[in-house]
Design a protein. Structure first.
Length: 396
């Protein structure tokens, strides 16, 4: 998604299903977010009207002329070898590559579907509008944060990100996880929520609480910094929020995100022979029999750096907190099977981990070196305690 002006409109009626996983194919509007949200509530979805063999998702059901982003097909790499895109309406309004990279060319309504073999996806509608639709354009950031409230819709989140403004909670989290008081269990084993709820043609993820109620909505176009929101974002979309830069050396001085810039998206290899103080994550490559490729990213906490700040607006002190998650299956596609959908948090630089259980306050049993009674980064002392299994169960 390029940093050009844009807006999200259409809303897909709530999808209730087991979590679905997708292939990484690339690696009429109003002037206010509230009116856009009202418009989106009346939009219809082609998934509701007719059967489709697989799901096609867009991060933005509306785009401005010149805007670009990636469409996503919920397929494995093998299934997507013959994937193609067909313009059902407005074929002169946009350009789309074989990898799903969409570019809006002129105003109007574009309708697109994807095909592979005999399988056909749902149809995605994208309204292409002029660039004068962003109510945050030119806003003073200090004034914005002085009266801050989180984003209220996918459209609102998308508008904000175009101007380098957050959508989620702005309070920097503590390094420790905060667990829900009523975490569901089966006997003595924690339950991992297997239900994934999406709206807005896949652009909105409904984060549940421990009782299966919608706690918060996470927007694919939105920027986030808290552990809970970033974990939910990564779990739902398998990509970085827009305020993250994969480059570990990115500077807040040159980023439009300023103090809300977060960095790092790199391969995490489970070489426990080289780092014996690290516990082994499930099926991680680098360990015998491992077939999942894990990636890591930073979480800025109040314990980061010498001053307690991850990002003071001038430089980043990365600290020791990370999210580590299973990104790729053995065939090279993004994780598309629920049994391989792992996400972990480490507050002490890979010495100990807790599994994210896909609901707010959902964290599993901590395991690792310090949990075993050892010292951080030490090759001596007790072996790290192993990963503790969970039970998958739908919370909604």
């Amino acid at each position: 998604m390029k940093r050009t002006k844009g807006v999200l409109l259409a809303v897909l009626p709530l999808l209730l299903s087991s979590c679905s996983y997708f292939l990484d194919l690339d690696s009429s509007s109003s002037s206010s977010p509230s009116s856009l949200e009202e418009s989106s509530s009346s939009a219809s979805s082609s998934l509701e009207d007719e059967e489709s063999s697989f799901e096609l998702r867009t991060p933005s059901p509306v785009a401005v002329v010149g805007d670009s982003f990636n469409l996503r097909a919920v397929l494995s790499a093998a299934e997507a070898k013959t994937l193609s895109y067909v313009a059902i309406e407005g074929d002169d309004l946009f350009d789309i590559t074989s990898k799903g990279y969409f570019t809006a060319l002129k105003e109007g309504t574009a309708v697109i579907e994807a095909r592979t073999g005999d399988d056909v996806s749902n149809q995605v509608t994208i309204e292409i509008v002029s660039e004068d639709e962003n109510p945050y354009q030119g806003i003073d950031a200090d004034a914005f944060y002085d009266t801050y409230v989180p984003a209220t819709s996918a459209a609102d989140a998308y508008f904000r990100s175009l101007e380098g403004l957050l959508s989620g909670d702005i309070e920097v989290p503590d390094k420790e996880t905060v667990k829900a008081a009523n975490q569901p269990m089966e006997g003595t084993t924690y339950v991992k929520n297997s239900t994934c709820l999406y709206e807005d043609e896949g652009a909105t993820y409904c984060l549940l609480d421990a009782e299966g109620n919608v706690y918060e909505k996470i927007y694919r176009s939105g920027a986030y910094i808290t552990l809970e929101e970033v974990a939910a974002y990564i779990y739902a979309f398998q990509e970085l929020p827009p305020n993250y830069d994969a480059d570990k050396n990115a500077s807040p001085r040159t980023s439009m995100w300023g103090e809300y810039l977060r960095v790092n998206h790199s391969h995490f290899k489970g070489d426990t022979s080289r780092y014996p103080y690290e516990p082994e994550l499930p099926h991680i490559d680098g360990c015998p029999g491992g077939y999942l490729t894990y990636y890591e990213l930073d979480i800025g906490t109040t314990a980061s750096g010498y001053s307690g700040l991850y990002n003071d607006g001038y430089r980043i002190s990365r600290g020791a907190a990370r999210i580590v998650y299973a990104r790729y299956e053995e065939d090279g596609s993004l994780v598309h099977s629920s049994e391989n959908h792992y996400l972990f948090y480490t507050y002490n630089h890979y010495n100990d981990f807790e599994e994210y259980l896909n609901y707010f306050g959902g964290w599993g049993v901590r395991f690792g070196k310090v949990t075993a009674g050892g010292e951080e980064d030490s090759s001596f002392g007790p072996e790290p305690t192993p990963y503790v299994d969970v039970v998958e169960k739908a919370l909604a």
